[in-house]
Design a protein around this ligand. Sequence first.
Ligand code: 13P
Ligand code: SF4
Length: 365
Amino acid sequence: MTTALAMHRYSLMDDAECEARILDAKARLGRRLVILGHHYQRDEVFRHADFSGDSLKLSRQAAGSEAEYIVFCGVHFMAEVADILSRPEQVSILPDMAAGCSMADMASLPAVEKAWRELASVLDPDEHVTPVTYINSAADLKAFCGRHGGIVCTSSNAQKVLEWSFGQREKVLFFPDQHLGRNTGHRMGIPLDEMVVWDFEQPMGGLTPEQIRKARMILWKGFCSVHQMFQPEHIERFKARFPEAKIISHPESPFEVCEKSDYVGSTEYIIKTVAESAPGTRWLVGTELNLVNRLNDQYKHEDKQVHFMSPTVCMCSTMFRIDPQHLAWTLENLADGNVVNRIQVPAEDARLARLALERMLDVSP
Ligand code: 13P
Ligand code: SF4
């Protein structure tokens, strides 16, 4: 162990120097290190990932990894999941602690516990409501679901998870993303008027006891600021110019956007669908910009054209915080024997969150 190298020195380095340092530190660490990279990472970071994927695929990678250090190029909740699903002696690391998720921040444990207490004034939630948290949430909310017979979902298994949840109890409290909840519920045939929105800033979520009794899904009023930008008019305008184009969207997008899309699915699904399409296909894609640009570059040679859905640039600014400077700093410290930015979930939260995550992995295709 040496004195930790200070981050501010790395902030002054250009990308080329960081690239050389990353490669050198990776070589020094060898099999002791695995780098996991989410599809929304910028190219200068993404290219160093040993494994890439959507949230579900990366959870499985973390659970199955043998490496001593799991460096997560993604956001905070992903590194928490890696810590929860890996063995106690493995270390999960997030290169920049400021890489959070604004959607995950829209639900907190006190707010969800308040909602649970308020629901209890109408019905016994532990008997009638399965709590389902999107993986984009803090570990203590996953623990809440573990404690109350609930489960975690990702954008690629939400339907399977909801089927399981309705098999347990007749209602679901879904947080934090209302759009993933609504889009999935609708696809399963749940009428829109049986999916109510829980406004966490209002007493009783702004709902009447009657609305709560009638609802099958209670959707937390959270959203992703990136996917919320996509609008049905973007699709209409594009279709007017290119009627033959195919539209594909992430289910964090608004309901009207998903309704107008030919395909809806997780980042991994989007990649697979574009990859398998016929040469010459033109795509309009409703998900984060770094992924859309990468798809366009990757499939140019097959004459596919991959367009971004919004006319304004909308990147995930927190994913973007993981830059070559932070990655070089993290890896050089590790290679020198200094663990920086370790993500460690408190033991009791980890135990309960793991329960909810394992329920998810068991029902996932
Ligand atoms: P997936 O990669 O699981 O589709 O999720 C997208 C996302 O918003 C991650 O934060
Ligand atoms: Fe969170 Fe949205 Fe960024 Fe995904 S894209 S990490 S949901 S803010």
